[in-house]
Design a protein around this ligand. Structure first.
Ligand SMILES: Cc1ncc(COP(=O)(O)O)c(C=O)c1O
Length: 398
């Protein structure tokens, strides 16, 4: 057997506990099929297929020309922290101080840094399942106990508050909430958020509230646990620019949290990234304070696509799909096909030419579901539906 190098690679044990995001692996497999000449419709990746709004791009190029090309403060540029505090606070009906904001490269680092700052090995962290796979990955990586709370389809993919209450123990340190939700598109109603706050009561537990899709809402209003009286100082609220302004590649997100925690998250920034890119932060101010019509347009388009895609999925034998209320994912139940999720996702990719994700990419409770991202044109979504339908006809009606 040939060896790539002379010396043995002795990885730290913790690396065996680090997970990943299957979306990127499916993308690689889909690209490999394309390289062999197969036509693939991409519904696997969770990023808007829109361009970043022109005013934001202009603000960034202008900032580059004006010399915003140097290091900045680890917690973020004061002008951006102010703009975020004002915007995030106004949208949630609370007052947020700029010292309570930390700007980081994307939403993900807020998950990583707040857990690094708060979670110890003996701690338990409750997280939504199915859910964004990075939560469980980070909990495991830190050697803490990952405690899944099942999201229930019959509750429109919300959790059952009694079940959550039963999972809370003396060792629970952190509870992760995510609304609008990836991968189900579920949106937590205000009554549920308040019931969760009551169930936690005055135990010394903090909540990481992932609100990265808070502006991509089709029905109802967004309600943050941070807005519940007494909960501001117990919440770390994650939001960012990636999804709202189609800025996934810019890498800019933020956390809102009590100032004495923000200080430590900023220290983690000093130790890892130094700071988020300065010119992107200047453009971030324009994103928040400039014209918001592109956000509304994008959201309306996602809603139109959702309606077309969900209606189409519900006509496919063995599929049944609820209407998601936010984000840009649909999460059909496929149990009546008789197929396991992973096998079905693989077959749909290889035999129907449509890339999607198995529900199990989001945890064990994702079995029985697939995730499709509607970040593609109506024309391609319709083509994907036709392909899956005729594949299902050939395969399942045999
Ligand atoms: C629920 C959730 N949280 C956080 C993120 C991370 O976003 P970012 O690309 O800004 O790091 C994503 C991205 O897919 C997500 O779906």
């Amino acid at each position: 057997m040939s060896k790539a190098t002379q010396t043995e690679l002795r990885l730290a044990k913790r690396m065996a506990r680090l997970g990943t995001e299957t979306a990127f692996e499916v993308l690689v497999r889909a690209r490999a099929l394309e390289a062999k000449g197969k036509d693939i419709i991409h519904l696997e990746i969770g990023e808007p297929d829109f361009d970043t709004p022109a005013n934001v791009i202009e603000a960034a190029t202008d900032a580059l020309h004006k010399g915003w090309t140097h290091y900045g403060p680890s917690a973020g540029l004061p002008i951006l922290r102010e703009a975020i505090a004002e915007d995030a606070g106004r949208r949630r009906g609370i007052k947020i101080d700029p010292t309570e904001i930390v700007v980081v490269p994307g939403g993900k680092p807020i998950i990583f840094f707040t857990m690094l700052a708060l979670v110890e090995e003996e701690d338990e962290v409750i997280f939504p399942n199915p859910g964004f796979p990075i939560y469980e990955s980070m909990i495991q990586f830190l050697g803490a106990h990952a405690v899944p709370i099942r999201l229930r389809e019959e509750k429109d993919f919300n959790l059952d508050v009694d079940e959550l209450a039963a999972l809370i123990t003396d060792r629970t340190k952190l509870i992760i909430l995510n609304s609008p939700h990836n991968p189900t598109g579920g949106v937590m109603p205000e009554s549920d958020v308040r019931a969760i706050a009551r169930a936690i009561g005055d135990r010394d537990i903090m909540v990481l509230s992932d609100e990265i899709y808070s502006r991509l809402l089709f029905e109802g209003t967004h309600f943050s646990i941070m807005s519940v009286e007494g909960w501001k100082e117990r919440t770390i609220m994650l939001d960012g620019f990636s999804k709202t302004y189609a800025m996934t590649g810019w890498r800019m997100g933020y956390g809102a949290m009590r100032a004495d925690l923000a200080m430590h998250v900023a220290r983690l920034m000093t130790n890892s990234n130094s700071c988020t890119a300065s010119f992107t932060q200047v453009a971030g101010v324009e994103a928040l304070r400039g014209d918001q019509s592109s956000v509304q347009k994008m959201c309306a388009e996602f809603k139109r696509r959702r309606d077309v895609f969900v209606a189409g999925l519900n006509k496919i034998p063995g599929f049944s799909c609820r209407l998601p209320h936010g984000a840009f994912y649909v999460f059909p139940n496929i149990t009546r096909t008789g197929w396991k999720s992973k096998k079905l996702a693989d077959a749909i990719l290889e035999e129907a030419g449509v890339a999607c994700l198995s529900g199990t990419a989001f945890g064990d409770f994702g079995e029985g579901y697939l995730r499709f991202s509607v970040a593609n044109s109506i024309e391609n979504l319709e083509k994907a539906l036709e392909r899956i339908n005729s594949w299902a006809d050939r395969t399942m009606r045999k």
